[in-house]
Structure formats: structure tokens, C-alpha cells
Design a protein around this ligand. Sequence first.
Ligand code: ADP
Length: 207
Amino acid sequence: MNFVVVGAPLSGKGTISKKLSAYLNIPHISTGNLLRDLVNSNSKEISSYVDEKLKAGELFPDEFIYAVLENRLDKSDCKNGVILDGFPRTLTQAKWLDSKLKVDFAIYTTVSNATVLQRLSKRLVCPTCGSVYNADSYDRNYCDKCKTNLVRRADDNEEALLKRIKDYNAITFPILDEYLKQNKLVTVANEGSIDLVFEELLRKLKI
Ligand code: ADP
């Protein structure tokens, strides 16, 4: 089964995707993470191009994203299904995806503005394994899993966030209508206990 996870920045797409990935044993593919990995690329040109765009919170050109994603989708672990987090982000990307695989469900993660602001100031990430922590509930400055020192994401600043939210509202939001028409949309209010949110998601997916 193939899933796409669509939602505003900081709506917890990654958290939900990881849980579902562990539950169904299919890979969680975050285009944001694939791009952040490219910052460590051997090519100085690619690394600085990606780094600058990420820091500014700008969407990447479709063709660039397709190349990055296709490379990942070609791996053998994707044959039983995938959870795409942060893709598609434009209607054009959604059409492209339809030509690559059959989307079974689009999970729409919603949160209040207050939660977005709270998460922005508290989100810490592990630059090595990608684990995400909230400084309110985690009082160490290193990753539990791999002990690397935690950092803030380069685009978790007010200016880049505003750009990401603006693009989300103008460009990504209309995708939800498409999936609604196709009867594939499942909405989850993604705040509070993650276990309860996940239970609700499974009930709605009926899987
Ligand atoms: P968020 O949803 O919080 O903005 P992501 O980790 O999903 O975070 O994405 C981070 C950044 O990666 C985006 O701001 C954008 O620059 C880029 N990006 C991710 N996915 C796409 C995509 N499908 N198309 C274009 N740019 C993308």
C-alpha cells in the first residue's frame, strides 16, 4: 500500500509517517530528509545549492525533486509500498506521482497555529539519524539513539517558516481537494498523545 502525508510545516508529518512505517514495515521516505542528506554530498555545487534553498525555506524545482525521489523509489525495499512524507507538494507533482505508483491514502495532518509556534521554538533534530525531539519533553542535548549532539533545523527560523507556510497554503493545500475527490483523504488532528492520534489514524484507515 502507498501513502502520501500532506500537512503544513510542523504539523507532525514525520512523526506520523515514522509510526506508520514501523507498523506496516514499509519505508518512510521524506523528501525533506533526502534533501538534507544531500547537504553532505561530495559535490560542493549540489551541497551549497541545496543548503541555501533549504535555509530559505524555498520549494525545490519539480525536476530536481523527481530525480532525488526516483533514485530512492528504485530501491528494492519500496516494492511493497511506501509512505511519502512531504511529497507531493504541488498538483504537478501529484500527477507525476500517479504515473509512478498508485496512491492508496493521503493522510492530512492538521494542527493549531499555537502548536506550530510551540513546536518551532522547541524542535531539536539529530543531524546523524534524523530523530526529532521536543525540548519540553526531552532534557538532554544529545540523541538517545546515536548520541550525536542535537541541533535546530536550519529552516526552523521565523522567516523561512513564513515562506514555507505561504507556499503550503497557496501551492500544496489544493492537493487535498484532489485526494478528497478521489476518496483517498484521511484527516488526523495531530496534537496531544501521539499514541492516541495514531490509534485514531488506524481506525480511520481501517487497516
Ligand atoms: P516542512 O514540511 O516542515 O517544511 P520538510 O522536511 O518536509 O519540512 O521539507 C523541508 C524543505 O524541503 C521544504 O521547505 C522545501 O524546501 C523542501 N522540499 C521538501 N519536499 C519538497 C517537494 N516535494 N517539492 C519541493 N521542495 C520540497
